[in-house]
Design a protein around this ligand. Structure first.
Ligand SMILES: N[C@@H](CCC(=O)N[C@@H](CS)C(=O)NCC(=O)O)C(=O)O
Length: 293
């Protein structure tokens, strides 16, 4: 009897370990806080060419959201801005890196941003130690947007960059907990950093998570501005069990047990990665229903 139980548990465990790779995932949106929703909507639509996709006000909880991006949320990544009533300033911390926008002409984009009063913090030109043309713009709350020159793409909102203290541990975590693929890892010894691109498809076609390790830097501050990235799943319950196993091996923890959100009924689960970066998994069909409303 005891051995039968052990075999059954072993099978279940194998099934859970395999689940994140079998699950159907997609990056849905990055969630962060801003001090003035209209100011950011104006900046992103005028300077970056994003579209305002939807807005909602939740007065019971004293916050509003605005979703912006380059295409419909059914197929494209979006930013979910959160405005908390009465809070006009946040601390971005040192760990959050940037969001990125791909453009066919970064020089022209920079000119346009400048002419609309936007702030450029790094002039366009080849990335240090490489050839890709990049620039950095800063939004009204201080969030950095890397502008990356590349050919036409179905997903211009192409990266969320976060800094981590142990790159291999993070790669393993996102592979095992979220079923991501390591798309590229590149070391830039001259500038003392290594990056890893993780995601679900080609980095030029979809949004990816870019993790940066700066040599010898193990910890960063998180501030209170950037919140999380949301990823779709077919089964929040099974995902949470799988993630729980991974956190026992690599660190991190489940912060919200799987289940429907009060009021909107969308099933979610959320967790922290080993560096404390938050991820929320959202039931895919509930999410699509939410968009229909
Ligand atoms: N120390 C940097 C390491 C990452 C990094 O340097 N990334 C490249 C882009 S992949 C960059 O920002 N280069 C700056 C430049 O070329 O001016 C950080 O933590 O942001």
């Amino acid at each position: 009897m005891a051995s039968e139980e052990a075999i059954e548990t072993g099978v279940e465990r194998e099934d859970l370990i395999d689940w994140p790779k079998k699950d159907k995932h997609r990056f849905l949106h990055a969630v962060y806080r801003v001090g003035d929703l209209d100011r950011t909507i104006k900046f992103y639509t005028e300077c970056f060419g994003m579209k305002l996709l939807r807005k909602r006000d939740v007065p019971e909880e004293k916050y509003s959201n605005a979703f912006l991006g380059f295409g419909p949320e059914e197929s494209n990544f979006a930013v979910e801005l959160t405005y908390n009533y009465g809070v006009d300033k946040y601390d971005i911390g040192t760990g959050f890196g940037h969001f990125a926008i791909a453009s066919e002409d970064v020089y022209k984009l920079v000119e346009d941003i400048r002419s609309k009063g936007g702030k450029i913090t790094r002039e366009p030109g080849p990335v240090k130690g490489g050839s890709t043309v990049i620039a950095f713009a800063q939004d009204p709350d201080g969030y950095i947007f890397e502008l990356i020159q590349r050919g036409p793409t179905p997903e211009p909102l192409c990266q969320v960059m976060l800094r981590v203290g142990d790159l291999d541990r993070s790669i393993q975590f996102y592979e095992k907990a979220c079923g991501m693929k390591l798309l590229r890892k590149s070391d830039n010894a001259a500038y003392k950093y290594t990056i890893a691109m993780l995601g679900y498809a080609d980095e030029y076609e979809t949004t990816v998570l870019e993790l940066t390790y700066n040599y010898d830097v193990k910890e960063y501050t998180k501030g209170n501005a950037y919140a999380q990235v949301a990823i779709s799943t077919e089964d929040v319950y099974k995902s949470a069990q799988a993630i729980d196993l991974v956190t026992k091996e690599l660190g991190g923890k489940i912060t919200r047990q799987p289940g429907p959100l009060p009021g909107i009924n969308t099933k979610i689960t959320s967790f922290l990665d080993p560096d404390g970066w938050k991820v929320v998994l959202v039931d895919n069909s509930d999410f699509l229903k939410e968009l229909e409303k």
